[in-house]
Design a binder for this molecule. Structure first.
Ligand code: FAD
Length: 369
């Protein structure tokens, strides 16, 4: 089956020069843009300008009654907005969104399409990639421009067959980096023969641009060809999940607890701590696996990627898979009774001690401050 897919992709090898611009799927829910959409507009802008002066970063907005979101996309760096609106697209459906985005890609031929690695992005991107006969790199943590340097690197340093890659190919490609093998190595992936190049990117990893109030750009209204018959699912009710209520991604302060809490009741102290400092509760996977807290709180490679202003790691050792989800936090405070725990190496403030003594002391200080 994979052989057939590969053949199909090779047959689909396209005139790469027909593709231009970087698109960001600007995910919105209830008429509000997701943070990751703004982060990707920032990253898309950086890539676009590295490719060429006249390459644009464009936001792709899909929904209904969402005209107001174009302004926010422009304020964060989008130079154009492709707007696809229809009452049938008011709520996300896999069928509906896949169909209309594929239509827009066929018509406007973006060179790169980025999606947030959210539930919706992870659902959409592979379907669209398959329909476009192109590749997709999921869960990227880094993107770079220029394939040729990669090919040179691969030729010198690996035994891979690079004969099908043309180092003089003038087209620009992106090198997509993602953790592999449980975070123990970083894989670099390219998409040399087909377009668009597609990636899902973890929330919290890329930088937003500074907001420029009043920035404007072109809005291109794309008429979707869609009927109710195209959508095989019907939304009966939308129930907010615990994950949305937790909102780790957008939190400015996170207080996370790990196995060092000893048992589930330790999270009562972490909750008290979070309430005091205005943060939300996170956790390591060990605490989730022990059944002490719901997975929606988990930070890390198989949980949520976060980038708060302050991250408190309480009784967490700092395994690579946990670090993968929080190491870009602005300030990391580790509370651990083991001075040699790996988390201490990346912590800005390392407090060596029993968390059951340290956290109440911080809470007391807070009250007295
Ligand atoms: P431990 O490693 O057991 O650390 C507990 C720490 O608490 C120790 O450092 C100890 O010194 C300290 N401690 C103990 N008592 C106290 C006390 N009273 N006061 C202060 N400190 C104390 N992990 C994640 O977190 N997120 C992920 O997304 C994730 N994904 C994974 C994906 C894969 C494919 C794999 C293989 C693993 C993944 N893991 C993930 C698991 C990860 O490898 C670690 O097992 C896990 O992070 C350990 O959790 P922990 O730090 O809470 O526990």
């Amino acid at each position: 089956k994979f052989g057939a897919i590969k053949e199909k992709a090779q047959e689909a090898a396209v005139d790469l020069s027909a593709y231009k611009n970087v698109w960001v799927f600007a995910e919105q829910r209830d008429g509000k843009l997701m943070n990751v959409a703004l982060e990707l507009i920032g990253e898309g802008y950086r890539l676009a300008k590295e490719i060429s002066e006249d390459t644009k970063v464009c936001a792709l907005l899909v929904g209904d009654g969402i005209d107001h979101l174009a302004e926010e996309c422009f304020a964060y760096g989008a130079e154009a907005v492709y707007m696809i609106q229809d009452p049938l697209l008011k709520n996300f459906t896999t069928d509906g969104y896949t169909k209309v985005i594929k239509q827009a890609i066929d018509e406007y031929k973006p060179e790169i399409v980025l999606y947030g690695a959210t539930h919706i992005g992870r659902d959409l991107a592979p379907r669209i990639a398959a329909r476009c006969n192109t590749g997709l790199t999921a869960d990227c943590t880094r993107l770079d421009v220029k394939v040729s340097s990669y090919i040179d690197f691969a030729k010198k340093n690996t035994t891979l067959d690079t004969s099908t890659l043309d180092p003089d190919d003038p087209s620009t490609g992106i090198k997509q980096t993602r953790p592999a093998f449980g975070g123990n190595l970083m894989a670099t992936i390219i998409c040399p023969k087909t377009r668009p190049q597609m990636s899902t990117v973890r929330p919290g990893v890329m930088q937003k641009r500074d907001k420029v109030e009043g920035a404007t750009g072109e809005v291109i209204n794309v008429k979707p060809e869609i009927t109710a018959a195209d959508i095989r699912t019907q939304i009966v009710e939308i129930v907010k999940s615990a994950k949305e209520l937790v909102s780790l991604t957008d939190a400015e302060i996170i207080c996370s607890g790990g196995r060092g809490l000893g048992d589930a009741s330790g999270f009562e102290l972490i909750q008290k701590f979070a309430d005091k400092v205005g943060g939300v509760v996170g956790s390591s996977r060990a605490a989730v696996d022990a059944g002490w807290i719901d997975h929606s709180h988990q930070v890390g490679q198989t949980g949520t990627t976060v980038k708060p202003k302050i991250y408190f790691a309480c009784g967490i050792s700092g395994a690579i898979q946990h670090l993968a989800g929080m190491q870009t936090s602005d300030i990391i405070v580790a509370i651990n009774k083991d001075a040699d725990a790996p988390i201490m190496e990346i912590a800005d403030y390392a407090i060596v001690g029993d968390l059951y003594k340290v956290i109440p002391a911080i809470i007391d200080e807070w009250d007295n401050a």
